[in-house]
Ligand binder design. Structure first.
Ligand SMILES: Cc1ncc(C[n+]2csc(CCOP(=O)(O)OP(=O)(O)O)c2C)c(N)n1
Ligand SMILES: [Mg+2]
Length: 664
């Protein structure tokens, strides 16, 4: 079967899918079909019958609007994606969502759509491959040895994150990363020469990439030769620049922005069939001989079987490593760890250490680190401030991949999207630090981690005006609320070292989504707790202290402000008021508790409530009600020593006390 006919099957399914849905993007799939045919049939080692096979090559469609191309590829090569699903493109509960979604469709390696992030995910996957190989491969046993392929368009190239990710990929010499640039000169507004005139080849060469220039993206042989060249260069990632025509095959719309994001229309679909030399008028019809030529299940089974043989021999020779590899890929927690860590927490409670929660986090890492070789840390150039390095941290470099710490440089968005790629690859638990305020730069990657349910941990330090002198540009105000309202994200703002340890415990144990730790720059006084209260921290919110069983007023605090609530509570108690202090390190986890538990902490009939947090006040109305009071921020901060700022903004024990008194 000739290459063009094979690629045309992708074009037909893609344009028919978009036409039937009356929605979607036919241009990119039709333009990239020739490239995709070569990559998926000739270059990639994948097993359609086992999309989870550990050593499969990874593929990321960074220009996710071309989703119909990916669905057509999965369907034709033999993944569990029947034709019926292609006919249900973009419909409710189908497996063919508007943009590719991780976990929804077998064979989709990551959710893409926000342009540029797919490239960063691919960089993360290739990085994970390189590190995992350095940890587990032994002489004659390359059990981790695969490529990562990605397609990207003009949009991905224009996005700033492509700079962050490509820059790191070059520095880290990711020789098994092969990126294809769909250089079609078109984006939504028209011909990109009006807003995108970079010399992309030169740009990537400057990053230290190997660039294969100006390939005809419709010439399968040229694409195949370019992939050979890419694989021959082992110390640089490769960019293959493919000149293509958007909507290739459509006589009236190819080469124009019209076919970027709208169905071709019934008439043009028919004309495209003719132009492509496709003899079958029936929509979605692919003849058996073309199906047979596309089928990758036999080759896929062979690839996996070969690897299974290799792994079995490895397991015989290196049983400990093989068991550890299996554990790591399954994301299982080391046996006996939890008991050990609980004892550590109990000891901290007894000792009552007074440190900043960022420092406590580092001390926790010192404790956890030796038991968790999967921890892959890093920071966006703030290691000494985020305290993300622990005693066993060793830098990953291009020359020595056997490290567990990544210096991401000042690239918060790149870091976060790369962490997603590493989590998606498997074998690692990535954590990365920056100042809480600069998670804003990374925001959409955090959202994508939440959407995909990825196990990654954010170490966000300098969590309030409490950071002081750096001023309002550095003082987060609205960020805690924003993190809390992000679906499937858990954000913790611990009040002292013990709560920090519990937050980390949850961050380690949670597997279905990310955890953000909001940590203080300044020291936090230890709080007294019974063993039962230490246990209750894990519920996200709990009664920290009370003067009597039936509170007249409840004070709710988080992080550094819990001590203010405690001080105010002592004074209220001295006045004879029955008062309760609730520490609420993680609202999202508290929300997940049974109703009886939540009622036991915040009884509905106690409506006199005060919340205190050095962050935007509004979030707390859901806990204090419209009749409650909130001691918090209503503006940006200021540059001054922290104590002065707390006074200036009225976030004090006095203010909490007075707010409570005003309710009584
Ligand atoms: C971050 C982000 N911004 C904007 C969009 C909306 N968008 C989708 S495709 C596209 C243009 C992409 O151009 P290109 O990658 O060249 O795709 P082509 O038209 O060649 O298929 C835009 C702006 C998006 N998906 N993600
Ligand atoms: Mg384009």
């Amino acid at each position: 079967m000739d290459n063009r006919t094979m690629a045309n099957a992708l074009r037909i399914l893609s344009m028919d899918g978009v036409q039937k849905a009356n929605s979607g993007h036919p241009g990119a799939p039709m333009g990239m079909a020739d490239m995709a045919q070569v990559v998926w049939r000739k270059a990639m080692r994948h097993n359609p019958k086992n999309p989870q096979w550990a050593n499969r090559d990874r593929f990321v469609l960074s220009n996710g609007h071309g989703s119909m191309l990916l669905y057509s590829l999965l369907h034709l090569t033999g993944y569990d994606l029947p034709l019926e699903e292609l006919k249900q493109f973009r419909q409710l509960h189908s497996k063919t969502a508007g943009h590719p979604e991780y976990k929804l469709t077998p064979g989709i390696e990551t959710t893409t759509g926000p342009l540029g992030q797919g490239l960063a995910n691919a960089v993360g996957m290739a990085t994970a491959e390189k590190i995992l190989a350095s940890q587990f491969n032994r002489e004659g046993f390359p059990i981790v040895d695969h490529y990562t392929y990605t397609f990207m368009g003009d949009g991905c190239m224009m996005e700033g994150i492509s700079h962050e990710a490509a820059s790191l990929a070059g520095t880290w010499k990711l020789g098994k990363l092969v990126a294809f640039y769909d250089d079609n000169g078109i984006s939504i507004d028209g011909e990109v020469e009006q807003w995108f005139t970079d010399d992309t080849a030169k740009r990537f060469e400057a990053y230290g990439w190997h660039v294969v220039r100006a390939i005809d993206g419709h010439d399968a042989q040229a694409v195949e030769a370019a992939i050979k060249q890419a694989k021959a260069v082992t110390d640089k990632p490769t960019l293959i620049v493919c000149k293509t025509t958007i909507g290739f095959g459509s006589p009236n719309k190819s080469g124009k922005e019209d076919c970027h994001g709208a169905p071709l229309g019934a008439e043009e679909v028919a004309l495209s069939r003719k132009q492509l030399g496709w003899q079958y008028d029936e929509p979605f019809f692919v003849p058996n001989d073309i199906y047979a030529a596309w089928d990758c299940t036999a080759s896929g089974a062979d690839y996996e079987q070969e690897w299974n043989g290799l792994f079995a021999a490895y397991a015989k020779k290196y049983p400990t490593e093989a068991a550890e590899f299996t554990r790591r890929l399954a994301g299982e927690i080391p046996a006996g760890w939890e008991e050990k860590f609980d004892a550590f927490i109990a000891q901290w409670q007894q000792e009552g250490i007074k440190v900043a929660s960022r420092k406590a986090s580092q001390m926790v890492l010192d404790q956890l680190g030796p038991d968790f070789p999967e921890l892959l840390g890093g920071s966006a150039d703030l290691a000494p401030s985020n305290l993300t390095k622990w005693k066993g941290s060793k830098a990953f470099t291009a020359e020595d991949a056997n490290g567990n710490y990544l210096h991401y440089g000042v690239r918060e968005f790149g870091m976060s999207a790369i962490m997603n790629g590493m989590a998606l690859h498997g074998g690692f638990l990535p954590y990365g630090g920056t100042f809480l305020i600069f998670m804003e730069y990374a925001r959409n990657a955090v959202r994508m981690a939440s959407l995909m349910g990825l196990h990654v941990v954010y170490v966000y330090t300098h969590d309030s005006i409490g950071l002081g002198e750096d001023g309002p540009t550095h003082q987060p105000v609205e960020q805690p609320a924003m993190l809390r309202i992000t679906p499937n994200l858990e954000s913790w703002r611990p009040a002292d070292a013990v709560e920090t340890a519990v937050a980390w415990k949850r961050a380690i144990k949670r597997t279905d989504g990310p955890v953000a730790l909001m940590l203080s720059r300044q020291n936090l006084a230890p709080q007294a707790r019974s063993a039962g209260q230490v246990q209750a921290i894990g519920n996200g919110g709990y009664v920290l202290w009370e003067s009597g069983k039936h509170p007249q007023v409840i004070l709710i605090g988080t992080g550094s402000e819990v001590s203010l609530a405690m001080e105010a509570a002592q004074r209220l108690a001295a006045d004879g008021t029955s008062v309760r202090v609730v520490s609420m390190p993680c609202c999202e986890v508290f929300e997940k508790q049974p109703a009886e538990y939540r009622e036991s902490v915040l009884p509905a009939d106690v409506t006199k409530r005060v919340a205190v947090e050095a962050a935007i006040a509004d979030y707390w109305y859901k806990y204090v009600g419209l009749d409650g009071k909130i001691v918090g921020m209503h503006s940006f901060g200021e540059s001054a020593p922290a104590e002065q700022l707390y006074k200036l903004f009225g976030i004090t024990a006095d203010a909490v006390y007075e707010a409570a008194v005003s309710l009584l």
